[in-house]
Design a protein around this ligand. Structure first.
Ligand SMILES: [Zn+2]
Ligand SMILES: [Zn+2]
Length: 127
């Protein structure tokens, strides 16, 4: 399963996702049990936390593969596929964008409502 565009270096030995190294799964592993103990979570929420923690680890299962180029044996850990998992959804998003040859820039805007939000939504009072 090597990248044919990079014949000098096989991709099967590459580390996990790039970036800062801290993932949502790390936070869930560190604080998930305490959070669950102090909050009532629906089954789908508990399932999402369990899936996010297990995604691409031995807990999610693995497939043993042999590289077609160099013959090395390696393990590919399975994805959880949960729609709340950022690892799985990032991949799905990148595939969706690549299939449509789309490049987007997201900008995040925020503002502060200083008035009572209910009063603000009702609009100005008459008379
Ligand atoms: Zn290889
Ligand atoms: Zn996942």
């Amino acid at each position: 399963m090597c990248a044919r565009a990079r014949p000098a270096a096989c991709c099967h030995g590459a580390a996990g996702s790039p970036g800062c190294g801290l993932e949502l799964a790390d936070i869930v592993r560190a604080a998930g049990a305490a959070y669950c103990a102090g909050h009532h979570l629906a089954g789908v929420q508990r399932r999402a936390l369990a899936d996010i923690t297990a995604c691409r680890t031995a807990a999610a299962g693995a497939t043993h593969l042999r590289c077609g180029s160099c013959g090395a044996d390696f393990v590919r850990y399975h994805s959880c596929g949960n729609r709340h998992c950022p690892k799985c959804q990032t991949l799905a998003k990148e595939r969706w964008l690549a299939a449509r040859n789309v490049s987007i820039t997201l900008r995040h805007f925020g503002w502060e409502v200083r008035e009572d939000p209910v009063k603000w939504l009702k609009g100005p009072s008459v008379g």
